[in-house]
Design a binder for this molecule. Structure first.
Ligand code: GLU
Length: 313
């Protein structure tokens, strides 16, 4: 239980993690989305939010960055609550692809089944399952879900959205392949539009740790006390994160850190310790797989200091 970790222990852990992260100097900002290339590469923040709602932070923990791929987790949560875990597994899948997050080849090899809701194809298919009277109503439901997880009103960045909508040609191809295979469940360009918007909201490391703590706390946001999703779905979401949360390095992260995680090309990374806490890191420079180098270092440091690896005995 999270009460076993004292305030002093957690404050020290996040401070040390931030210092450890700053020692890493490799990597580069994502450049295929123009906005991301322009973010200050020196920014670095870390946060821990416990399953009983305590917040600890260090560095640029309130700087708001683009959520990007981490948004996939929360749209998955929204749709899973509505259609149930078996339907997600059937329509989208529950396996790692072993290939880059935007791979067309992975989609072709699986005959149009995305396999994971945490790769682009699977996330676009998941977005196509969001119900609502029109595009704006469907988008609002996604935004409301991100806000409920974060415990505050999350907003779209028009600048990030514009940058993505005008350069997402590869994702457009993926949306059409899904559609031709019968695995896009609404108009493909509308699904892509709301998927692209969901990637373009701004969150801080503290927001991200709060979102993760909601998963750690069985779907109840520990800061607001509000139930966000059904308890029984959190285990499936965390399993998806363990399998595909860090792109092609998901296996390495499981091997080394032993926690379900999710990263985004905006430099954010989240790890969840079920029943205990969530750890978030943020720093723009990425490794070749697309994961924040300093963010991973921060998460790894907290997990090591507090002995959080789920597989350690
Ligand atoms: N919006 C980005 C894309 O669709 C998100 C990628 C990511 O963070 O992995 O390519």
């Amino acid at each position: 239980m999270s009460e076993n970790y004292s305030d002093a222990m957690l404050k020290q852990a996040v401070g040390t993690a931030h210092k450890e992260a700053l020692k890493e100097t490799a990597g580069e900002n994502a450049s295929y989305i123009p906005y991301l290339a322009s973010v200050d590469s020196n920014l670095c923040g870390a946060a821990i939010v416990t399953a009983d709602g305590r917040v600890f932070e260090a560095g640029d923990s309130r700087f708001e960055f683009a959520i990007e791929s981490i948004s996939k987790v929360f749209t998955l949560a929204l749709v899973m609550d509505e259609v149930g875990a078996p339907a997600i597994r059937d329509k989208v899948g529950a396996n790692p692809t072993g290939m880059p997050f935007n791979s067309v080849l992975a989609l072709e090899l699986a005959k149009g089944k995305p396999l994971s809701p945490l790769v682009n194809a699977g996330a676009i298919a998941t977005a196509s399952l969001v119900t609502g009277s029109d595009t704006e109503a469907r988008w609002q439901r996604i935004l409301d879900m991100q806000s409920a997880f974060a415990g505050r009103g999350i907003s779209l960045s028009d600048e990030v959205n514009e940058s993505e909508q005008t350069t997402n040609f590869h994702n457009r191809a993926i949306a059409w392949i899904l559609y031709s295979a019968g695995t896009c469940y609404s108009d493909p360009l509308e699904a892509l539009d709301i998927y692209t918007r969901q990637c373009s909201t701004l969150i801080s490391a503290v927001d991200l740790a709060t979102m993760g703590a909601t998963l750690a706390n069985h779907g109840v946001n520990p800061v607001t006390g509000k139930t966000v999703i059904k308890k029984e779905n959190t285990q499936h979401i965390l399993a998806e994160m363990m399998m595909e949360g860090l792109y092609t390095a998901s296996g390495d992260f499981a091997y080394e850190v032993g926690l379900p995680g999710k990263s985004g090309v905006g430099g954010g990374i989240l790890a969840v310790v079920p029943g205990k806490m969530a750890i978030a890191g943020f720093a723009p420079p990425l490794d070749p797989s697309g994961n924040s180098i300093r963010g991973q270092a921060a998460v790894r440091s907290v997990a090591t200091q507090l002995n959080l690896n789920l597989f350690a005995q």
